[in-house]
Design a protein around this ligand. Sequence first.
Ligand code: GDP
Ligand code: CA
Length: 333
Amino acid sequence: MRIVVLAGGIGGARFLRGLKRAAPDAEITVIGNTGDDIHLFGLKVCPDLDTVMYTLGGGINEEQGWGREDESFTVKEELAAYGVGPEWFGLGDRDFATHIVRTQMLGAGYPLSAVTEALCARWRPGVRLLPMSDDRIETHVAIETDDGEQRAVHFQEYWVKLRAAVDAKAVVPVGAEQAKPAPGVLEAIAEADLILFPPSNPVVSVGTILAVPGIREAVASAAAPVVGLSPIVGDAPVRGMADKVLAAVGVEATAAAVAAHYGAGLLDGWLVDTVDAGTVADVETAGIRCRAVPLMMTDLDTTAAMAREALTLAEEVRAADTDADTSEGGAGA
Ligand code: GDP
Ligand code: CA
């Protein structure tokens, strides 16, 4: 079975670990968000790609969910001693090496997709990890300053430095309109047996991937069922500040509103947490098959169980499609 997953960072990566356990024989292609990418100290940093690579490759800092385990910060301290920042972005010594290799390869003319493949040769994540695009895309967030003026900041500045403490007025994936999907992305979607939206941020992770021209259309027209898992549980993000960027696009922070935001044009199935069982009927009215199951990724077993629920829901969608096709055929004959 060929599974395509549109993934952000922590939510995507943790889910993927469960999916690998639940479907050990599947060929998994991950289309990773690169809208969070940032240039720091002359280096190209791809936080979401690295979170997936380190998590699946066994190098992640487990408690934090991002960055390397057993990390030290000597380079950062030395940079700070020169007065060179930003200090708000935590790049550790081990992590620096990844960004140095990446930047060196990009400088030598390799596209990001080839660089990611090279980095994965070390980490062996057990999935094919593709950036959504080889072109530069940077998510910017429009905020209002104290004097009432609008200012656009890089997503990382909004998220990490400002901790999303001010309201986001708009979220813009700068460069997306002119970008092309990376090699293999559209092919993987077209050839997939199943497409999954993990419990990643619907705006700045999955939404950014879908903003690359061609990707949304490919998912919407794919033969495979598309099943998503809600990152919102009990009307709040499980971790992080996803409610802030949902508000910027006019979407309530509820599992049902996120499903409606993706819409029946994209989603065939949607999983909500058992605490949100009351919204299942709403989602189904919107034309999306919905089930309430435990959606907290507390450990590998519970995460694998979530992935199994997604596979089961996909089977239901497939069976319903086949039934519909058969009855259509009968009616038409
Ligand atoms: P990021 O790029 O590191 O922010 O990671 P993602 O975009 O992949 O995922 C972030 C989302 O994951 C957040 O909106 C969280 O609400 C969601 N999330 C994190 N842990 C869990 C969990 O255990 N269960 C569910 N359902 N969602 C989670
Ligand atoms: Ca991210």
